[in-house]
Design a protein around this ligand. Structure first.
Ligand code: Z5A
Length: 211
């Protein structure tokens, strides 16, 4: 799909996994590696994608059909790839994205019970043959994640889902990680922050040493 020169790293996790602080640490490690880095996120990452994000997270959008949600996620992703991810990689800039297509399998596929074959069709349309070089999955029990996330402000459209929804999301992430062990690194995010950060640092350094 592209003459990729930079590396594409994604960060995934269930609700309250601690992606925000992990993102900063990962970014520092990559910059220390001496390469230019673009940090971005999904849904979002472009002006158009951020507008789609607002729609997706707006808790007043109660009537959004599951197919609409999936298509909006991929519409934002198509723009993100076109405007940010692929041009950056082609220019030799590494890209660190807070979520990518694994999240669609986890949330729209497992969480919403969507048709996985349709998600795969959309994936093959929007980014055929293109996957992250490395995916860091912050994993923790759902109850703990929800407890941590409850400290935040008004819950968005996803954060209003019950624990059972997030359990299927977590299960899906773990299944995907098990089926692609070369790409995924699963980090136990249930431990204290300093221990999680140390494992992340170590994991990244080991991976960087292999490329
Ligand atoms: N979504 C989708 O459905 N389909 C898709 O294809 C994509 C996304 C790409 C927004 O994502 C929503 O989009 C998301 C899935 C959907 N919905 N949900 N849920 P997002 O990634 O922007 O939003 P988020 O999942 O809510 O993540 P977040 O806010 O960026 O971060 P977080 O990982 O949930 O947690 P945090 O804010 O970093 O940490 C939570 C609290 O725990 C905070 O107070 C921390 O200080 C604390 N914390 C963190 N680590 C620790 C440790 N180790 N010990 C104790 N306390 C800790």
């Amino acid at each position: 799909m592209s003459d990729q020169q930079g590396r594409f790293i994604t960060l995934e996790g269930v609700e309250g996994a601690g992606k925000s602080s992990a993102l900063e640490l990962i970014a520092d490690e990559i910059r220390d590696h001496g390469v230019p880095l673009q940090i971005t996120r999904e849904p979002g990452g472009t002006p158009l994608g951020e507008q789609i994000r607002d729609l997706l997270l707006d808790h007043r959008q109660r009537e959004m059909a599951d197919d609409t949600e999936t298509l909006l996620v991929f519409a934002a992703r198509a723009q993100h790839l076109h405007q940010v991810i692929l041009p950056s990689l082609a220019a030799g800039t590494w890209v660190l994205s807070d979520r990518f297509t694994d999240a669609t399998y986890a949330y729209q596929g497992a969480g919403r019970g969507g048709d996985i074959a349709r998600i795969t069709q959309l994936e093959n349309w929007v980014h055929p043959g293109f996957t992250p070089d490395l995916t860091l999955l912050l994993d923790l029990p759902v109850e703990l994640g929800l407890q941590r996330a409850s400290m935040r402000g008004i819950p968005d459209r996803f954060e209003r889902e019950p624990a059972a929804f997030f359990q299927t999301v977590r299960d899906c992430y773990l299944e995907r990680a098990a089926s692609a062990p070369n790409r995924f690194r699963v980090i136990d995010a249930s431990r204290p922050l300093d221990q999680v950060q140390e494992t992340l640092r170590q994991t990244l350094r080991e991976w960087l040493a292999t490329i």
